[in-house]
Design a protein around this ligand. Structure first.
Ligand code: HEM
Length: 83
């Protein structure tokens, strides 16, 4: 299986509304340069992950990412942020 890629696998996890809403907060979900910065990727992952029994903070009210989607994002990080 090819490595997880931002263009093919990660960017499609974000809806148009996610991308457009977050741009006004300086969070560039569709921008490889932004997302491949580990600090930014970890911040994004934290917002879409459940925390101690609480639902994720993003997207507000859901739909929340599935365990498979979260795992895919982590795999992308572990494989070195392939474009
Ligand atoms: C570091 C990452 C992020 C930060 C700091 C952040 C912060 C925020 C803040 C402060 C708001 C407005 C207040 C609110 O409605 O709760 C907001 C709205 C929103 N965020 Fe994020 N967010 C991040 C990542 C994400 C991600 C990864 C997604 C989608 C997967 C997302 C989807 C949305 C949507 C759809 C809204 C608009 C909700 C609405 O107006 O109904 N955000 N975000």
């Amino acid at each position: 299986m090819p490595q997880v890629s931002f263009a093919a696998d990660i960017k499609p996890l974000f809806r148009d509304i996610d991308i457009s809403h977050m741009k006004s907060f300086g969070v560039e979900l569709d921008d490889y340069a932004y997302m491949s910065n580990p600090d930014n990727a970890n911040s994004v992952l934290a917002t879409v992950s459940p925390h101690s029994g609480e639902p994720p903070s993003m997207p507000p009210g859901g739909p929340y990412w599935t365990a498979a989607q979260l795992a895919l994002f982590v795999q992308w990080q572990e494989e070195g942020y392939q474009p």
